[in-house]
Every structure is written in structure tokens, then in C-alpha cells.
Design a protein around this ligand. Structure first.
Ligand SMILES: [Zn+2]
Length: 211
């Protein structure tokens, strides 16, 4: 998957701002009956900014829409999604989307009230968080790997807390440039990790690991 927004606060931020479909709204609007077909639109200040079509066959809803990733042509997407009904505590049944997301090779299959369009498909919040995180992880890893390589080239050890010294015979200017590169890459990696862990660990832990 790709084409996620670059929300300042990561997944959370995106989930608030990207388009979503809510199964309870579809239910209230009478759209969840077999053979129903219709559409859904998103409004901003009373103006339609986006829409999708969908049709029901049994307990499966198929979403139909056009997707354009950065600069490429529009693609027609059809996303079949199972709807599951689970019994409520006080009688009756409640519908959920079964999230069709596959992130890092694993099928999601969670029951979700809302599906978000954070990229090409409509998936549960969890899938887009996961995808965002795995993307950030690789970016942070890559930055740290680059920094460590540079550290070793300077005759030092890997790790953010290791000393950086100027090797004998290296020009001061070259050394300063290498050192700046290391610190820059590590700073970006730390920022990435702070974003990943925001709200998941305490402020003290945050300071301990990433300051
Ligand atoms: Zn999911």
C-alpha cells in the first residue's frame, strides 16, 4: 500500500481528516438491504467534494470509486467488503464492516463501524495506523543505519550515544560535514520515533528514549 497523507500527527490526524464511511449511517439510510445500490457523498460547506457508489449483494457491499495516486491516472476501484451482523446485548443485531485490509502480508478481518480512505482502499483505522507505523519504522531504521555506517567509517561505534571523534589524518572540514550528517539523520530518526510512540508511552519514557 502507499499514498498515505503526511498528517502531522500521523495516523490519528489522518483518520480525523480523511474520508470515512460509517455503517450506522448506511443502516439508518436504509442502504444495507440486499440488492440495494446507491451512492454516498461528502460535503464541505454544502458542496460535494467526493462521492462513491456502492451496491449490496446479500451481506456483501461493494464500494465503487475512482482513485488517483500522486500524479497518475484515475483508477476504477471496486472493493467488495463483507458485512457481519453480531447480536446486541439487549436483542437485535448490529452491523459491522469486516475490514478487508492486508497490511504487511496479514489480513485484518476486524469488525469496524467505520472505514477510512487513507489511501487506495477503505480500511479500518487500525490498518491505516499500522501501515503508517511500518512506513515510519522503515524510515527511522534507514536513517539510523545510514548514521551508524558513517559513525563506523569515522572509526567510532554504532549507536546514538557513542562518541564521534575525528580520525587521524581527516580534514577538519570533512569531519565536521560527516558529523553534521550523522546528527541530522539521527535527529530525523528520533523525531520519527517520537511520532510513532506519541500517546503510547509515558512522557518520562519518551524523554528517556528519544531526547
Ligand atoms: Zn483493518
Amino acid at each position: 500500500m502507499g499514498g498515505f497523507g503526511s498528517g502531522r500527527h500521523g495516523g490519528k490526524h489522518m483518520a480525523e481528516h480523511c474520508r470515512k464511511i460509517d455503517i450506522n449511517k448506511l443502516l439508518q439510510a436504509g442502504c444495507l438491504k440486499s440488492d440495494y445500490s446507491g451512492g454516498w457523498q461528502w460535503l464541505e460547506d454544502g458542496e460535494q467534494v467526493a462521492n462513491i457508489g456502492f451496491y449490496m449483494v446479500g451481506n456483501k457491499i461493494t464500494l465503487k470509486y475512482r482513485f488517483r495516486s500522486n500524479g497518475s491516472d484515475c483508477e476504477e476501484i471496486e472493493q467488495p467488503t463483507q458485512i457481519v451482523w453480531t447480536p446486541c446485548r439487549y436483542g437485535g443485531e448490529r452491523p459491522y464492516f469486516r475490514c478487508p485490509g492486508v497490511v504487511n502480508g496479514r489480513a485484518c478481518g476486524r469488525n469496524a463501524v467505520k472505514l477510512f480512505s487513507g489511501g487506495k482502499y477503505f480500511l479500518c483505522r487500525h490498518c491505516y495506523d499500522l501501515a503508517y507505523k511500518s512506513q515510519s519504522e522503515t524510515r527511522a531504521d534507514r536513517l539510523l543505519r545510514r548514521a551508524n555506517k558513517r559513525r563506523m567509517e569515522l572509526g567510532g561505534e554504532a549507536g546514538v550515544y557513542a562518541w564521534i571523534n575525528r580520525p587521524k589524518g581527516m580534514w577538519q572540514r570533512t569531519y565536521i560535514r560527516h558529523k553534521a550528517e550523522i546528527i541530522h539523520a539521527e535527529g530525523l530518526a528520533m523525531a520519527e520515533m517520537r511520532r510513532m510512540f506519541a500517546g503510547k508511552i509515558s512522557a518520562q519514557e519518551m524523554e528517556m528514549y528519544f531526547e
